[in-house]
Design a protein around this ligand. Structure first.
Ligand code: PLP
Length: 395
């Protein structure tokens, strides 16, 4: 059975070019980049190149603004904790109801430890309430942390506008751009964004490497305290192979952005339109909002997302219900709940997330297999009332 992988917001395949670029750092070039000898120096040199490749993709002013970390979660944690540590007395954080757990759970933890956290709501399409956002910014707000694009729905927030509002009030602005980088253009040159997080494994580099962009002049306190690596901003011997990989992945992402925004978007649109046409009472969550080109979150009324996943899995189709981190729990995801998606729709939601490696044949295969799966599950469902256009439980 072949695998049809449409779960790229959970993780991506390492690009062959990326794998090729990183392999020498496991055997031939294994020196420590901090060593005084030339052997280690070669690795340090290549890490410098990777920093430039990342800075180029982001339109950063300088490669010095790039800090390599162990993952997107570390980058998010570092940004928020740094803002709190460098601005003692400011104890207010502004974020949203739909953040990834790397921000949401940290903010929940901080709320239990004396900080005040404002979680800005979203509307039915997942769009941020900008009036509430504006009102939430106060003199004691230490940081705004707002995701660029949502991992479950792909809905894009107006981060630049939000960052300008924060800056005009002297508030630091961080964005979790883990799902946005490589999928939509980002240019930090004339931006008001102070910090930005990336995760390697979402853009065809391996798992276990991340990036934190910190604008020059931003007050900063390291999260991981140790050696002088990353110019004292993140202790720990560099994961050279993965850093080289993330640099290469950023270079490729810049070149492939056009493909992502045309061919991948067309495939996503075809998948969505044909499934919606074939399956009654199905709906795209966030479909009216500005979205990433690769993501489609579809709700099927009166069926269980987990059951859909299991039946798709029998055909080798990989997708997720809720987010990768919440599947396994039977609670509808916090994102769909924040959007007010009705219970019977939220439960039957599936996220398809494509990449440049998906083909039209794969999309056609999914379009062929999904509608009968939904039909089968609805026939078995005690909640499915086809004649009424509604379902038995309306909570
Ligand atoms: N932020 C978002 C929006 C994500 O989708 C993810 C991963 O799913 C993360 C942060 C965490 O990244 P990592 O898995 O590298 O810790």
């Amino acid at each position: 059975m072949t695998t049809v992988y449409m779960d790229n917001n959970a993780t991506t395949q390492v690009a062959p070019e990326v794998l090729e670029a990183m392999l020498p750092y496991f055997h031939d070039l294994y020196g420590n980049p901090s060593s005084a000898h030339t052997f280690g120096g070669q690795v340090a040199h290549r890490i410098r190149d990777a920093r430039e490749q990342v800075a180029d993709l982001l339109g950063a002013d300088s490669p010095d603004e790039i800090i390599f970390t162990s993952c997107g979660s570390e980058s998010d944690n570092t940004a928020i904790m740094s803002a709190l540590q460098t601005q003692e007395g400011k104890n207010h954080i502004v974020t949203t109801r739909v953040e990834h757990p790397a921000v949401k759970v940290l903010c929940g933890h901080l709320a239990k430890n004396g900080y005040r956290v404002a979680e800005i709501p979203v509307d039915r399409e997942g769009r941020l309430d900008m009036d509430q956002y504006k009102e939430s910014l106060t003199q004691d707000t230490a940081i705004v942390s707002l995701m660029w694009a949502n991992n479950e729905t792909g809905v894009i927030f107006p981060v630049e506008e939000a960052a300008q509002m924060a800056r005009s009030r002297g508030i630091l602005f961080h964005t979790d751009a883990v799902q946005a980088v490589g999928k939509i253009p980002i240019d930090l040159r004339n931006s008001a964004i102070d910090m930005l997080s990336i995760s390697g494994h979402k853009l065809h580099a391996p798992k276990g490497v991340g990036v934190l962009y910190v604008r020059k002049g931003t007050k900063y306190a390291p999260f991981l305290i140790g050696g002088h690596q990353e110019r004292g901003r993140r202790g720990g011997t560099e994961n050279a192979a993965s850093i080289v990989a993330v640099g290469k992945a950023c270079e490729l992402a810049g070149k492939r952005m056009n493909d992502e925004n045309t061919r991948v978007k067309d495939l996503r649109d075809k998948l969505e339109q044909e499934i919606l046409a074939k399956v009654s009472r199905s709906r795209v969550n966030g479909g009216e909002a500005e979205r990433l080109p690769n993501t489609s979150n579809i709700s099927f009324e009166s069926v269980e997302g987990e059951a859909i996943l299991l039946l798709m899995d029998e055909f080798g189709i990989c997708a997720s219900s809720g987010s990768a981190c919440t599947s396994g729990s039977l609670q509808p995801s916090h994102v769909l709940r924040a959007m007010g998606v009705p219970f019977t729709m939220a439960h039957g939601s599936i996220r398809f997330s494509l990449s440049i490696y998906n083909t039209e044949e794969e999309v056609d295969f999914v379009i062929e297999k999904v509608p009968p799966i939904i039909e089968t599950l609805r026939e078995l469902s005690p909640f499915w009332k086809p004649e009424e256009g509604a379902c038995a439980t309306g909570t």
